[in-house]
Design a binder for this molecule. Structure first.
Ligand code: XMP
Length: 498
């Protein structure tokens, strides 16, 4: 017949496979004996790094700097520092995270008194620094004693010009540098003291251990810690940024993330391979979105990150016409990665805890989120008020503003001052949300409940047992609050997420 044509090469291209994303699917409920609170969400995020919470914060300049990375690690997840900063600033930010929960406060951060200071002077100094005691050192930095609020108070009543020498406790208990938390605590209980100066063999002050510091560490029993007990931190490095990779590695970063919008690029893969071979830290390669891309990196990568255009601030798909709906992308990459024991991270597009559960059920070992955390107290930037509601700034790393601050090579663009950028992201505002800990609590609680519905007590079991059903648009409407006017937003559901 005249209108019957054999398929040519172009019309053949349109015989397309289907690719799905979060809203296209739901987890099919299954028989269960698992109580959500008992579900274990610990995971492997890269070859050598396990986390108690399978969540990472995005390497974006409106999301992860040192403060948020500290909060993430304390809660058991991993913050990935963005790279719109100088290499030296990256080193300093890593150090800030690593030092945040250190058992021993280092010398340069210890508030000290000298014997000839007056007690009133020391009292004011300690108040300014928010400490309640200070080692007393001589001009060679040798420890002479320790002075605390309780030592000072009687002297303040008698005479403000009395000196520290008269008021201090001079039978001071010190400890060597290699003391651990248990021994330090025992020493404090034994001598009824709250702080122990750490000294070298010649009695020079090298640090301080405080009871408050030890108890604070105990509060965060889920924290992500390295072998030395310091908080873990991830760092984004550009695909060709060997200098930042080396500096981050030297500063003891735990995981480096090759930060590229399209890592299935031979130059990027070659460079990532070289970086991986040169550093001690684990190296996660991304982003990818297909099984072929995964196949090219699983022989050397310590993890693979998935996401081509799902992010809330991304315009990659509309600007370039390229992308992969995220649930399908995760599952394709996981098919390959699981054969090589390489962890998979689902990056972008997660609005609700249910999306995170679906990403893991589809094969991810952990999830990375940007918009979800950008509105928290610990994210950079200040709170702004618009129409009576509070917001914080959130922008894509491929937005004009972020690229002007330095991140253009994520999109494999040359930095050319004379040319206009072709952005692949937008600048936006996201609702202010309060503390990171409570946001993360909602996210993890939702994942655990999802595990309960599927009858999985661990994440590997979740991945194995989870089955998906396809959702129609009517099913999608049914799944959200409907036919009501929401009067109070729930902490884990806001129509603004839509
Ligand atoms: P969410 O949805 O959590 O996504 O806000 C965060 C992730 O989005 C990616 N990202 C971008 N993708 N243009 C893009 O196409 C951008 O400007 C951009 N900025 C960030 C990134 O993977 C991040 O983790």
């Amino acid at each position: 017949m005249a209108n019957e044509h054999p398929d040519g090469q172009f019309s053949q291209k349109l015989r397309v496979p289907e690719a799905l994303t979060f809203d296209d699917v739901l987890l099919r409920p299954r028989e269960s004996r698992v109580e959500p609170d008992d579900a274990d969400v610990s995971t492997q995020v890269s070859t050598n790094v396990t986390l108690n919470v399978p969540v990472l914060s995005a390497a974006m300049d409106t999301v992860t700097e040192a403060e948020l990375a500290v909060a993430m690690a304390r809660e058991g997840g991993l913050g990935v520092l963005h790279r719109n900063m100088d290499v030296s600033e990256t080193g300093a930010a890593i150090e800030q995270v690593k030092r945040a929960d250190e058992l021993v406060i280092r010398r340069e951060n210890v508030v000290t008194a000298t014997p000839d200071q007056t007690v009133s002077d020391v009292d004011a100094m300690m108040e300014r620094a928010s400490v309640s005691g200070a080692p007393v050192v001589d001009e060679d930095d040798k420890v002479l004693g320790i002075i605390s609020g309780t030592d000072i108070r009687p002297y303040l009543e008698v005479g403000e010009s009395d000196t520290v020498r008269e008021a201090m406790t001079d039978e001071v208990i010190t400890a060597p540098e290699d003391i651990d938390a248990r021994d330090a605590l025992e020493l404090m209980y034994e001598h009824k003291i709250e702080r122990v100066p750490i000294v070298d063999d010649d009695n020079h002050l090298v640090g301080l251990v405080t009871m408050q510091g030890i108890l604070a560490r105990r509060e965060h029993e889920n924290a992500a810690r390295d072998d030395d007990g310091r908080l873990r931190v991830g760092v984004a490095v550009g695909p060709f940024e060997a200098d930042r990779a080396t500096a981050a590695d030297d500063a003891d970063a735990d995981v480096l993330f090759i930060d590229c919008a399209h890592a299935h690029n031979q130059n990027v893969i070659e460079s990532a391979r070289e970086i991986q071979a040169a550093v001690d830290a684990d190296v996660v390669v991304g982003n990818v979105g297909t099984r072929e891309a995964a196949q090219e990196v699983v022989d050397f990568a310590d993890g693979v990150k998935v996401g081509i255009g799902p992010g809330s601030i991304c315009t990659t798909r509309v600007v370039t016409g390229a992308g992969m709906p995220q649930i399908t992308a995760v599952s394709e990459v996981a098919d390959v990665a699981v054969e090589h024991d390489v962890p998979v991270i689902a990056d972008g597009g997660i609005r609700y805890s249910g999306d995170a559960a679906k990403a893991i059920a589809a094969g991810a070992d952990a999830v990375m989120l940007g918009s979800y955390f950008a509105g928290t107290d610990e994210a950079p930037g200040r709170v702004i008020t618009m129409n009576g509601k509070r917001y914080k700034q959130y922008r894509g790393m491929g937005s004009v503003g972020a690229m002007q601050s330095g991140g253009g090579d994520r999109y494999l663009k040359e930095e050319d001052e004379d040319e206009e950028f072709v952005p692949e992201g937008v600048e936006a505002a996201t609702p202010y949300k309060g503390s990171l800990a409570s946001e993360l609590h909602q996210l993890v609680g939702g994942i655990q409940s999802g595990m309960g519905y599927v009858g999985a007590s661990t994440l590997p079991e979740f991945k194995e047992r989870a089955e998906f059903v396809r959702v129609s648009s009517a099913g999608q409407t049914e799944g959200h609050p409907h036919d009501v006017m929401i009067t109070d937003e729930a902490p884990n559901y806001s129509p603004q997420n839509e």
